[in-house]
Structure formats: C-alpha cells, structure tokens
Design a protein around this ligand. Structure first.
Ligand SMILES: Cc1cc2nc3c(=O)[nH]c(=O)nc-3n(C[C@H](O)[C@H](O)[C@H](O)COP(=O)(O)OP(=O)(O)OC[C@H]3O[C@@H](n4cnc5c(N)ncnc54)[C@H](O)[C@@H]3O)c2cc1C
Length: 308
C-alpha cells in the first residue's frame, strides 16, 4: 500500500506527467467522481444540492505553485468574485486557498497582500477564508502568514497536518491567537525525518491534537475535524461529549464525493458538516493525491479506461 501511495504521490509531483496524463479522456471521466465540474458555477450548483441536506460547503479553485504574479492576481479576483456569488446564492460556503496559488513561491510579501485582499472581502461579507497546508517546506512560511493575518482578521483559519512531528508544537505556539484550525492527516510525500511513516502513528497524533483542540474550544479555538476516518470521527465525538463540547461548537469537514453517506448521516444527527468542493482545470496533482489516499481508487480510473 505504501509503495502504491508513494508511486502515486511521485506521479502527482512529476511535471511531465502533470502535463500529459490529464489529456486522456478516461482520466477526465474518472475525476468527475470527486469534482462536480471545472467551473465555479458547477461547484455552486453542487453546494445548493448539499444545502438541501443541511451540509455546508468550502469552495476551492484548484491550482498551486504559480510562477507568475499575474496568475496570482487572477486567483485573487476569482476568489473575491466567488465570495460575492456565494453571498448572492445565500450559501454557507467558505473559501479555501493554497499559499503557492497566491504567489508564495515568488515572494512572501506578495502572497500576504493577496491573501489579505481575499480575507478583507470575506470579512465585509461575514464569510471566512481557510488556508490550506502544502508540503513541509512551506510550513514555516504558512504559519507566519497565518499568525500575521489572524492578528488583524478574525475570519481566517489554517490547516494543520497530523502526519508532521512538529505539528503539536506549532499548535501550542498558535494557541495564544485563539486560532481556527482544520486538522487533517496530510496529503503529500514527506521524508521519514519530517512525518510519521506509520498510519497508526498519524492516527494517534490526529486524536492527540484533536483533544488539545477540543479542550481549547472554550478559550475561543475553532476546530474543523477534516477526516473521512470513521473510527477517528467516533472517537472525537465521544471525547467532545466527555469534555462537554456540544455538537455546534465544532464541525466535521470532508471532501466532496467521499463518504457521502457518512456526511449525510452526521448532518442528520445534528452535527455541523461541511463538504469541500474543488473545481478548476488544474486538477491533475490534486486528483492523484486523492488516488494516493486510497490506491483502490485506481480501479475506478481503469474501469473508465475499459468503458470505451
Ligand atoms: C476538508 C479537507 C481539507 C483538506 N485540506 C488539506 C490540506 O490543506 N493539506 C493537506 O495536506 N491535506 C488536506 N486534506 C487531505 C488530508 O490530508 C488526507 O489526505 C485525506 O483527508 C485522507 O485522509 P483521511 O483523514 O480521510 O484518512 P484515511 O485514513 O486516508 O481514510 C479513511 C477512510 O476514508 C476513505 N477515504 C479517504 N480518502 C479517500 C479517497 N481519496 N477516496 C475514497 N475514499 C477515501 C477510505 O474509506 C479510508 O479508509 C484535506 C482533507 C479534507 C477532508
């Protein structure tokens, strides 16, 4: 399983394959399982359907590692417009951005200014912006961006990854800011000196970090439990009950198209559930990371190859 995961993560970061593989129709067909379409309007339509099932949304336009400041400007414009559309359709839908999509590889100051423009617009509309966490080489810079923006705006959250050894310390350093944290396991290929290689250790760290987050909710911490792992979801739910944290004081965040029944079940039980909808034409690396999370997904791709 680890070999398949590593092979897929290697493919997701290979420049040549990123350019050629998305041209194949069978791969394009397979991706539709996780993505309602390439345009914002597709994502908005999907969010309206989820709303009828009491599931809230996070919108994210796929894209990363941009190499041109003009591309970052376009991303900023896209998100500020998207926030207006979300408002007009009366959706409870945050947006989530990747720092390298806002120019972090070019210049940290530029990335901060771009982020600030989006966060400001969200603040005017009473909405929120979440910051994704990318590969470990970006963690220090992303934490700096977050600490800086969070000291000026309350409506911004950050993703932390349970597979990194450093995350418990990072979380401790952020706690004085009463941060908003989306906790995930982590989706990238990381060396063993940086991230737990064993899934069991990642899961244990996820629970340990969740306990810290739940304990700090009364002190203003916002907690998004972002996993499809049903065992962890149950353990966190019982831990929250034990600590007297009510269902509306934290939320479960899952990816569009994954564990759909679980999303609906949690919403029916009265938990806050948010589905992250990705869209955009630059879906290949993101999609291969989804395959790496469950290499059995590769069979869906192959099934699409055999359909024609
Ligand atoms: C809302 C949200 C935001 C995220 N943001 C980030 C981020 O900013 N940075 C980052 O590094 N990672 C991010 N991730 C991805 C995350 O790190 C994991 O890679 C991903 O969630 C899979 O891990 P898991 O917690 O679901 O647990 P796993 O142990 O991987 O999965 C548990 C079970 O869920 C199901 N499952 C999980 N993934 C899939 C899949 N792709 N297809 C089908 N079934 C699946 C399977 O049944 C699996 O057994 C995000 C995830 C979510 C839900």
């Amino acid at each position: 399983m680890t070999i398949a995961r590593n092979a897929l993560l290697w493919i997701s970061e290979n420049r040549k394959l990123r350019e050629t593989l998305p041209q194949y129709k069978f791969i394009r067909r397979a991706v539709s399982r996780f993505m309602p379409g390439e345009e914002l309007v597709d994502a908005l339509g999907a969010a309206e359907k989820l709303k009828s099932k009491s599931i809230k949304t996070i919108f994210t336009k796929l894209g990363e590692n941009i190499t041109d400041a003009a591309e970052a400007d376009e991303t900023v414009k896209h998100y500020t417009d998207a926030l207006t559309h979300i408002e007009q359709r009366d959706l409870d839908g945050y947006v989530s951005v990747k720092p390298t999509q806002l120019g972090l590889d070019l210049d940290e100051g530029l990335c901060y200014r771009n982020l600030e423009t989006i966060v400001k617009r969200a603040h005017e509309l009473g909405n929120w912006v979440w910051i994704d966490m990318e590969q470990s080489a970006y963690v220090d810079r992303t934490l700096r961006l977050y600490s800086r923006i969070r000291s000026s705006f309350p409506n911004v959250g950050l993703c932390l990854q349970a597979y990194l050894y450093r995350t418990e310390k990072d979380l401790g350093d952020l706690l004085p800011l009463s941060p908003a944290i989306r906790l995930v396991k982590g989706a990238y290929m990381e060396p063993h000196n940086v991230a737990f290689p064993r899934k069991a250790d990642v899961d244990a760290n996820f629970f340990q970090l969740s306990k810290i987050l739940l304990q700090n909710i009364p002190r203003g911490v916002t907690f998004g439990v972002a996993t499809h792992d049903k065992a962890l979801v149950s353990r966190i739910r019982w831990e929250a009950e034990r600590l007297g944290v009510s269902k509306d004081q934290y939320e479960y965040q899952l990816l569009f198209g994954i564990q759909v029944e679980e999303q609906e079940r949690l919403a029916k039980e009265g938990f806050r559930v948010r589905s992250l909808i990705s869209y955009g034409s630059y879906w290949f690396p993101w999609y291969v990371r989804r395959l790496a999370e469950r290499p059995a997904n590769v069979f869906f791709v192959l099934r699409n190859l055999l359909r024609f």
